[in-house]
Design a protein around this ligand. Structure first.
Ligand SMILES: [Zn+2]
Length: 309
């Protein structure tokens, strides 16, 4: 009797998540945490070889505890003893997940290869200039643009600035995209920025200063360029792109780096991520300092726009 219930539990969970079964013990579908549009099959719900419930999102790397915390799964649901998969089912699930990853990487490689350096007076140029950020910094960073980057959620092409994300656990041509309007403004779409591919541990290099012993880390690229505009001594600048990724940012810095400055975002998630990275940098022997925007200022770009505060 109990076993019959267990056998029923998995398909029920799969349905609840909007996933699709790819084997008796594995399902792919949209991630309830990061894929609010519920379009991409970027997460996998499966049963481990020992019958434990597993969840992994290949976009935001959320796992079971994050799902429980976000309220998508009750604690009881993870305690059900599922029938473990056979070896063949396990191999099929792994092959599907890998093929999904490779297809995404191919798609991103085509986008990156077809993009080009930001031309003067293009939408991307106007976007950065409009945020008081010198577009030449963007060009020097290696960022690229296109006038027509597909925005699936709003079913349209939009101009965008595209950054490579490097230093991730695997090289799958991970990208960070910021959409613009033709006039160089912020489009009324959700999301306005996106990370594509498994970006855990990685970041986008914004400013490269081979000789400086200072490394500055920000969460967003706009903030990273903004601190460089306000202070040319910030050295090498890297954006980790999101709070969880700042917390887990891989400490693998060039040999000459001695000082790490962390430019955090205001708010619980941002400040906690900055503290966590700061602690890890300090433990690794770097002289570390955390900076937060002064009270009354939203973020580092607001401070730049207001004239250095
Ligand atoms: Zn996710």
């Amino acid at each position: 009797m109990m076993q019959d219930n267990d056998r029923q539990a998995f398909p029920t969970l799969v349905e609840k998540f909007g996933h699709k079964l790819v084997s008796r013990t594995s399902a792919m579908g949209p991630c309830p945490i990061c894929d609010k549009g519920h379009r991409t099959a970027n997460s996998k719900l499966s049963i481990s070889p020992t019958g434990r419930l597993l969840f992994i999102c290949f976009a935001c790397w959320a796992k079971l505890p994050e799902l429980i915390e976000a309220g998508f799964l009750g604690r009881g649901e993870t305690k059900i003893r599922f029938n473990p998969p056979t070896k063949a089912e396990r191999e099929l699930a792994e092959a599907l997940a890998e093929s999904h990853l490779q297809q995404g990487a191919e798609r991103r490689r085509r986008l990156w290869d077809s993009a080009y350096a930001i031309p003067p007076d293009s939408p991307a140029w106007r976007y950065w200039a409009g945020r008081d950020i010198d577009p030449n910094l963007l060009i020097a960073s290696g960022a690229r643009t296109r006038l027509d980057v597909w925005h699936g959620e709003s079913r349209q092409n939009l101009p965008a600035t595209i950054f490579q994300v490097q230093g991730c656990e695997r090289d799958l041509c991970q990208l960070h995209t910021i959409y613009h309007t033709i006039q160089g403004g912020r489009p009324e779409v959700t999301p306005r920025k996106r990370m594509s591919g498994p970006v855990k541990g990685g970041g986008s290099a914004l400013v490269n200063t081979p000789d400086s012993d200072v490394l500055s880390v920000s969460e967003g690229v706009e903030n990273g360029f903004s601190v460089r505009m306000m202070d040319p001594t910030v050295g090498k600048v890297i954006a980790t792109l999101a709070a969880p990724n700042m917390a887990s940012f891989k400490i693998n810095f060039a040999a000459q780096i001695k000082t790490v400055r962390i430019y955090g975002d205001i708010g619980e998630a941002g400040e906690r991520a900055a503290t966590m990275l700061g602690q890890r940098c300090e433990d690794a022997g770097y002289s570390t300092k955390i900076f937060l925007p002064p009270k009354g200022v939203g973020d580092w770009n607001d401070m730049l726009l207001k004239g250095h505060g």
